[in-house]
Every structure is written in structure tokens, then in C-alpha cells.
Design a protein around this ligand. Structure first.
Ligand SMILES: Nc1ncnc2c1ncn2[C@@H]1O[C@H](COP(=O)(O)OP(=O)(O)OP(=O)(O)O)[C@@H](O)[C@H]1O
Ligand SMILES: [Mg+2]
Length: 305
């Protein structure tokens, strides 16, 4: 059943409020209790009106959501909620990914959340999503991460050119996780990366072969091109043993979100969005550098779309 993730309107406040209540009531009690349980529908409506809300629906029924405020370039997420029975299904990961793109489009450059000390698994979950602890506060931590660099890509040749530019920033040991619907341009970008790295080709969609190693023609890293489309779990990715080639290669996983995060704590996440107009070939490529490896590295691309 398909899932829709969208910005909420004030009229969605009752549904968003229900989702928040269901999610927070299902958590073990904490002292002091979560503020979320004291929210009224009006409180939620006011936040959506003055800031933003995100709602995730399946067949028209809300199953996850959150509230967001953007202030001075920082997006703050609150009430991040997935209803009981839906948690662990990847909906939270998808909701956050969509929210970070929306926050970027709304002009934010950083995002923050507050995580309670009592929920170490939640802290780990945010760490997997690229958040780090920024400050200790009375009942937990403020965690945050930078938002992506967005690059406009008018056609396939521009996508290859972006790949070649990215290759100039990549080195052995790097992991690239590429996400985007069928035909978004993940393989086209990979072709540019392969050309920039000067590896043996051809680089084609690896769909029927889960992983291919393209050897470097000169001294640089090899390029390992992986397709996660048919892999159901991170465990299946472990089975193809990418760790073996990882240190001497650039490893790129198409459809890697939710699968490839365990490969390396540092990674470059690439998310490709198509234009809403089907006659327009333009893509927007969002580049997220996660971990120390990427601090400041992508800034070079911000000013050269
Ligand atoms: N701006 C653009 N960027 C990238 N590709 C584009 C663009 N405009 C048109 N195209 C075309 O769209 C197609 C993208 O296909 P590609 O195989 O790269 O997608 P993919 O994301 O790897 O798909 P799959 O999920 O099937 O692996 C290519 O035929 C490419 O020529
Ligand atoms: Mg592909």
C-alpha cells in the first residue's frame, strides 16, 4: 500500500495530534513526562500555522508525523512520531529523509532534535540518520546535522558532469548511498563518477548483478557499483561482503537507503528528485555528507551548480 509524505495544513491538526498521542503514549513512562502528552489539538494547529508539520499517510490514514520550526537557518524537529505497529518498518527513516529535503528547500542549513537520555536506542537511531550529539541538556541531548547541498541538474550530460566533479572529492574508503525513484539518474551519476575516477567500464545498471568492481586504470581507487533494489535487508548486503573491497575502493550503492548505513559511519548520501513536470528533464540532486570525513567537503559544490 503506497505511502504519502506531505507537509501538514492546520486542518490536519487533529490527525497529527492523534499520531503524536499514540506514539508518545506507547513509550515507556519517563520522568519528567514527555511534553508531547500535554499537547492539545490547538497547540499542534498553532505550530503547523506558525511553522510546519509533516504527515505520513497510508490509504488516507495518518501513521506518522512531526512538527518543525525553522529559525535563523536551523530547522528544529519535535514530536517525531510513528504510531505503534508501524515503527521499525522504515517509515521513520523515509519521513526524516523527506523532512530534511523540505527543510533544505525552505532555506534551512542545519537540523536539530532533542533526544531523551532514557532512550538510548532512539539516540542510536538518530546517529544512523547522521545526527551527532551537539550539547548535553538536563534530560538528554541536542543532536543535529548539517542539511544537504542542493544542485540543479538540467539533463543527463549535466548529471555525468556532476559525477565527474564528485569523483574529484572521493577517495578510497568512501561510501556513496544513492537514492531516487526508477530512472531518476543514479546510474547516470555513477557513470560520471566512474569516468572521473578513471575506472574500467562500462558502468551500467547493476540490477541483475548485485555488485560489480570496476578496476582503476591508474593509481586511484577502484569503483564498486552495487544495486540494492532487490536486497531486502542490511543482512543481505552483508552477504556480498563489501567490506573486503571497501578500503581500496569508492563504493556506491544504488537504492542503498536503509541498507548501506552500516557500511561506514561516514558516507555521502545522494538523493535525486525529478521535476514535478513530467516533460522537464531537470533533476535536483541533494548531497548529504555524513560524518567527520565530509565536514566542509561539499561546500565547493554549493556555489557551482
Ligand atoms: N537531468 C537528468 N539527469 C539524469 N538522467 C537524466 C536526466 N534527464 C534525462 N535523463 C535520462 O534518465 C535516465 C536515467 O536513468 P538511470 O539508469 O541513470 O536511472 P536510475 O536512477 O539508475 O534508475 P534505476 O532505479 O532503474 O536503476 C537516463 O535515460 C538519462 O539519459
Ligand atoms: Mg540504476
Amino acid at each position: 500500500m503506497s505511502i504519502e509524505i506531505r507537509l501538514a495544513e492546520p486542518a490536519d491538526a487533529p490527525e497529527l495530534h492523534r499520531v503524536i498521542r499514540e506514539a508518545f503514549s506507547a513509550r515507556p513512562a519517563v520522568d519528567p513526562p514527555a511534553d508531547a502528552l500535554g499537547d492539545t489539538v490547538d497547540d499542534v494547529a498553532a505550530t503547523v500555522r506558525d511553522g510546519y508539520g509533516v504527515l505520513v499517510e497510508r490509504a488516507g490514514r495518518a501513521i506518522a508525523g512531526l512538527l518543525m520550526e525553522i529559525d535563523d537557518g536551523t530547522a528544529r524537529l519535535r514530536r517525531v512520531s510513528v504510531v505503534p505497529g508501524e515503527s521499525g518498518s522504515g517509515i521513520g527513516v523515509d519521513m526524516i529523509a523527506t523532512t530534511l529535503i523540505a527543510a533544505t528547500d525552505l532555506g534551512a542549513r542545519r537540523v536539530e532534535i532533542v533526544a531523551r537520555r532514557e532512550f538510548p536506542r532512539t539516540v542510536t537511531w538518530w546517529e544512523r540518520a547522521g545526527f551527532t550529539k551537539l550539547a548535553e541538556i538536563p534530560h538528554g541531548w541536542v543532536m543535529g546535522r548539517p542539511l544537504p547541498v542542493a544542485v540543479a541538474v538540467p539533463d543527463a550530460e549535466a548529471m555525468r558532469a556532476l559525477g565527474r566533479r564528485l569523483a574529484g572529492l572521493l577517495r578510497a574508503g568512501d561510501v556513496v548511498v544513492a537514492t531516487g525513484e526508477l530512472g531518476a539518474g543514479k546510474t547516470t551519476l555513477s557513470q560520471g563518477i566512474g569516468a572521473g575516477l578513471d575506472v574500467e567500464g562500462p558502468i551500467i545498471s547493476p540490477t541483475f548483478v548485485i555488485s560489480r568492481v570496476h578496476r582503476a586504470r591508474a593509481a586511484g581507487p577502484d569503483f564498486v557499483h552495487v544495486d540494492g533494489y532487490r536486497l531486502g535487508s542490511a543482512g543481505e548486503l552483508d552477504d556480498i561482503d563489501l567490506q573486503e573491497t571497501l578500503p581500496t575502493s569508492v563504493t556506491l550503492v544504488e537504492w542503498g537507503r536503509g541498507l548501506a548505513e552500516g557500511l561506514s559511519p561516514d558516507r555521502l548520501e545522494v538523493e535525486i528528485h525529478r521535476s514535478l513536470d513530467p516533460d522537464d528533464d531537470e533533476r535536483t540532486v541533494y548531497l548529504f555528507g555524513i560524518g567527520e570525513r565530509w565536514i566542509g567537503v561539499l561546500e565547493a559544490l554549493r556555489s557551482h551548480p
